[in-house]
Write a protein that binds this ligand. Sequence first.
Ligand SMILES: Nc1nc2c(ncn2[C@@H]2O[C@H](COP(=O)(O)OP(=O)(O)OP(=O)(O)O)[C@@H](O)[C@H]2O)c(=O)[nH]1
Length: 831
Amino acid sequence: MSAVGPQRKRAGWRRRRNPFRPDRSEAKLIWRWLYLGTIDKYRVHEVAKDFGLSTREITEILTKYASTPKNHMQVLTDHELSLIFDYLTQKHPVSGIQVIFADTYKEPAAQPKPEAPKQQPQAPRPESRPENRPRPQNGVPPRQEQPRPQQAQPQGGAKPAQQNVQRPTTRVPQKKIVDTRKGGDVNLAKYDQRLEELAPERASRMQQGKEKFRSNTGNRRGGVPFSSKRRQDEQEKMRRLQLEIAKKTPLKVQIPDEISVGELASRMKKTGAEVVKVLMKNGIMASLPQIIDYDTAALVAMDLGCKVEKEVTVTIEERLIDDHEDKPEDLVPRAPVVVVMGHVDHGKTSLLDAIRNTSVASGEAGGITQHIGAYQVQINGKPITFLDTPGHEAFTSMRARGAMVTDIAILVVAAEDGIKPQTVESINHAKAANIPIIVAINKIDKPEANPDRVKQQLTEYGLVSEDWGGDTICCPISAKKNIGIDNLLEMVTLTAEMAELKANPNRAAQGTVIEARLDKGRGPVATLLVQNGTLNQGDIIIAGTAVGRVRTMVDSKGKRLEKAGPSVPVEIAGLSEAPSAGSTFHAVADERMARELVEQRKEEEKAKSSAPVQKVSLENLFDQIQAGERKELALIVKADVQGSVEAVKASLEKLSNEEVNVRVIHGGVGAINESDVMLAATSNAIIVGFNVRPDAAARDSAVRSNVDMRMYRVIYDCIDEIEAAMKGMLAPKFKEVVLGHTEVRQVYKVSGVGTVAGCYVQDGKIVRACSVRVVRDGIVIHEGSLASLKRFKDDAKEVAENYECGLTVEKFNDIKEGDIIEAFTMEEIKQ
Ligand SMILES: Nc1nc2c(ncn2[C@@H]2O[C@H](COP(=O)(O)OP(=O)(O)OP(=O)(O)O)[C@@H](O)[C@H]2O)c(=O)[nH]1
């Protein structure tokens, strides 16, 4: 009962324990030992008393097998107790369980109970017998093997079962007795086993919170097996420890290139305020929706004790296209890819033909050659790939698309003509691409051929012939007469060997589209140059916005191929559309994903084309050229006289280079008018004016349609500026800002002052000490500074629109009625 105090309880137990004397049965001792497992404190003198021994005897046992207790009040540990019990059990064996109860229990007269239910002997309910629990802790296993039921049976008893049920009614509660009346043997082993089964069962029930302490036992631990509680405590401890560890382990945060402050906070499991605070600490004022870059976000995250990882977004392209670096051991030598460049009519085509014919003549071709944009020849068993499109234009267009196709450039220079503008361009292009140049001095068969002069000229461009002590290979040839071609090709192979060109044939093919067209019979056909890997028939390829399977594959001789390794040019059919030349291609594994990528690319292209076209201006011209968006610079020239128009037109068109063609689409005399601006707007042209000004309508229209108008007074200024703009060198430090326009209504001659113009401000304002232009019929007749500005008789700082004023122009008196005076200032452009 709950009202029973622990002292009383213990006393009660002790009373019940009294019958367990050491001279009783072995089974009793074990019982006792099990029973003691539930007692809080058991002191030396109590043990002695319970066993009917002296304290000294117990002390002796302990001294012998453990350590000497300090005094008779010392609380004994489980280990010590079990030592004592073991000792006493061994020293005092008993013959049978009846012996134990002999003095306290009187067997009632044998009264068989025929009507008693024929039940199997059952283990007593462990809940009601907490004291029977084994105590596995403290390393002392419960000695459950000892009380063998057979040993507990009286030998040769006529009614052993009935004898066994006899029990001390007063000392041992009935419920603690195993009912063996019908079962014959007392199967204590089974009983122990049942106990073991029930203990964990109860422990789990306890964990589910269903267990209730049994008040009738009055024992705090009565209903809860000690081991289960301890296990529970351990588990709880572990859980807390794990939580602690988890708290201390820095949180891993994945941060992309850009992230909003709010998102960062949520990824770090922090509040927005915490993140904003750290940002402020680092001098960044940012609100939650504001986007911060990776570096800033990483700094904040680290500040808040997180571990930062860069979030990598994998695009379809990255998933689809394998662009891993090859291992050096996977690389094998490949054929060089050669381009032939040079000035017009210096013999590029003739040379390519001669090479092809050499190859055909040597018998390898075995038939008709066909033009597929590139071909391969074998020189002394070594292949060389030639791009069949001569000139640096194709080369440049490929480069502009980012395709680096060629390894070696053959520069054809006609021996009798020498270095020409396109020769120089070719040299510069090859140099820019950082590829070796082999000079083929052609037409040496011609009597006027002067190879030395060519070599001499080449030195001016940094190409010094080998026989002149330099490192540029110069081969005298005649493409027409087939002289020196073999030597030239040998030099190509040598140069290629020096360059150690390598590729990995054992991977998915990748390369460049050399040419593509729509064939009536075969559909889209494309010439591809495999640059790495091996292209197989049946491969799925993606080239720009084209996708498809390689249906047929032929080489430059029309021979069908199953495979094409690095540096092999092939013509294939099977693509969905003709890809643009210069685009790269990849053999991929997943057709569905490839189609998805193509759709994505098409969308991007569409978005690009529907984006508002930025009008060309000298400021953005270079950017547009660089971006490959501009191949032509259209100009409209207006000048004061026809002669100037012609001169300017000729000079400007000469500025054309390999990247941009300068074209004057319109030229005329007179002021720039609205129709000029309209033409410029539709054809995306820049208007250039010489000694002319735009009229008011043209000015408005130009602002509306964003047309760039450039006014010059000297032709050279114009040429220099446009040339600089094309090279990206345009760096105007000042910009002209028109302040306003006034119309001269009256002119006065004042002695000592000069011509005073009585004006009316049409638009804007006129400011004292500004720059002015005197414009008559749209033509600038003078440009200078304002000398004075008056309003009535007083000097004025500025005169606004719709007001009248009087002004004089510095060092200019030829002002006439009807002239327009344009006021402007030069403003510095902030870089
Ligand atoms: N005598 C002589 N004439 C040659 C030689 N090589 C080319 N020619 C001639 O030079 C002219 C131009 O030759 P092409 O091969 O068309 O020159 P190209 O550089 O390809 O010219 P474009 O394609 O216009 O750039 C042709 O009439 C050729 O016959 C040569 O070695 N000797």
